[in-house]
Design a protein around this ligand. Structure first.
Ligand code: PEP
Ligand code: MN
Length: 263
């Protein structure tokens, strides 16, 4: 179902008026986690002003340590819905368990499946049944084949609206948080008809590496990028070191647009 050999034309995922895949270029931006009304509203207005097409932000956060901030839960979803109402930007947010799918789907336009849950097969099926578009992150140690098979689980439930997202993999290299696998971007585009986007924030773990890898991802064939943006990264509750300021994000947007226009 996810393979191009049985479905030669690009799948287009429609989110409201927004078209993902099939040659368009989309930018999803926002904080790692929704932290407060002020933080999400400031970010939402700033990224819309800069030209982003969709707002991201986690309300349910998968954290390596149980003692760190794990998200505002439903209150975070309410704040995202408020940001959508005030800016018009559709929202993507992570859902971590099958039992939360119904709740998250009531607020979100796109359901994100995180890297750590890429092979949570019950979650994949529940998201498939929800009917909402899914943004499926590649597991940090998953092969491209396994990633595409996970997409298959969602599509098999009657939901063809899957966006693949490369977010870096674990390698021997420790100088960066992950290694952006641009091979995977180019190969997933060839092997699958689904839209493929890239997340160079998690892929590199460093804010100053996100812009060059965002551009490289587009050059490799990505249909868009997802970037973490925070009004005050030094005070972020998660992933501050890899988050762009609103100003840095605004400076990157015209570069991405210019590149997308020549591709
Ligand atoms: C995120 O997008 O904030 C996130 C937790 O990503 P990943 O699942 O790729 O680590
Ligand atoms: Mn994050």
């Amino acid at each position: 179902l996810a393979a191009r050999e049985f479905h030669p034309h690009d799948t287009i995922v429609q989110v409201g008026d927004l078209v993902i895949g099939g040659g368009s270029f989309i930018v999803i931006a926002g904080p790692c986690a929704v932290e407060s009304e002020e933080q999400i509203m400031t970010t939402a207005f700033a990224v819309r002003e800069a030209g982003a097409h969709m707002l991201r932000g986690g309300a349910f956060k998968p954290r390596s340590s149980p003692y760190t901030f794990r998200g505002l839960g439903e209150e975070g979803l309410r704040l995202l819905a408020q940001a959508r109402a005030e800016t018009g930007l559709p929202i993507v947010t992570e859902v971590m368990t099958p039992t939360d799918v119904e709740l998250v789907a009531r607020y979100a336009d796109v359901l994100q499946i995180g890297a750590r849950n890429m092979q949570n097969f019950q979650l994949l099926e529940e998201v498939g049944r929800s009917g909402k578009p899914a943004l499926l992150k590649r597991g940090m140690s998953a092969t491209i084949e396994e990633w595409l098979l996970s997409a298959e689980y969602i599509i098999a439930q009657g939901n063809p609206n899957v966006i693949l997202c490369e977010r870096g993999i674990r390698t021997f290299e420790t100088a960066t948080r992950n290694t952006m696998d641009l091979n995977a971007v180019a190969l997933a585009k060839r092997r699958s008809h689904l839209p493929v986007i890239a997340d160079p924030s998690h892929g590199t773990g460093k804010w100053y590496l996100a812009p060059p890898l965002a551009l490289a991802s587009l050059a490799a064939g990505a249909d868009g990028v997802m970037l973490e943006v925070h009004p005050d990264p030094d005070r972020a509750t998660s992933d501050g070191g890899q988050s762009l300021t609103c100003e840095n994000f605004a400076a990157l947007m015209p570069q991405m647009t210019a590149l997308a226009n020549v591709l």
